[in-house]
Design a protein. Sequence first.
Length: 233
Amino acid sequence: MNIDRTIARLIDHTILKPEALRAEVKTVCAEALRFGFASVCVNSFWVPLVASELKESPVKVCTVAGFPMGAASTAAKVAETRAAILDGAEEIDMVINLGALRGGERSVVELDIRAIVEVSHSYSAIVKVIIETALLTDEEKVLACQLSQTAGADFVKTSTGFSKTGATVEDVALMRRTVGPSMGVKASGGIRTLEDLGAMVAAGATRIGASASVRIVESIGAGTESSAADSDT
C-alpha cells in the first residue's frame, strides 16, 4: 500500500478515551510505527507502555496534562508533566485554566502555561496548549493564543475532543492569524477524513490530532482499515 508519509507525519495518532485497554494502546502504537505518524498521544498512565513500544523509532510519545478540564492547580500540572517526561513523554498537550481566562485573569493563565513550558523545555519536550475553542469567544481565543505565545509554548491547539465541538476551519485560521508563522497550530477534535485534514492544513494547521488516523491515510490510496482508536474523539 502506498501511504503518503508527508501527510502521516502531520498526525498525532490519538487514543484518549478513559476506557482504553492495554491491547488497544499497543495496537495504536503498532499503527503509528507502520504508517509513520508524528506521535502517539495517550493519557499519562500509558506513557511507559508507549515509550517502550516506540523505542528507537521517530514516532514521538505525546501525553496530556490537566486534561480534559484544565482546572487542576499549576503545581499538579507541573508534577504530572514532569512525571510523564521522566516516563518517556516527549510532547505535552496541556489544557489552559479556562475559568481564569474567561474571568480576565491573564497573569494566572500565562503563569500556568509558562510553568509547564519551563519544566518541559528543561527536558527538551515540546508544549502544545489546548485552548478549548468551543468554550471561548473569538476575543478569548485570540487572548489564549497570545498568552500561550508569550509564555513560550510551541503550539496552540484547538480542542480536547471532549467538549461541545472540536476543531473548525474558522478557529484554526483565527489561531494562525494570531500567532503568525513562528508557532505551531494543532487542529484536534472531529477530524475523521482526508478532506477534514486538508481543510485544517489549508487554514494553517501544522499538526493534526486524530483517532481516525489510519482511515485518513489509507483513504489516500485504496481501501480502509479500522483502528482500535477510531471510537475515540
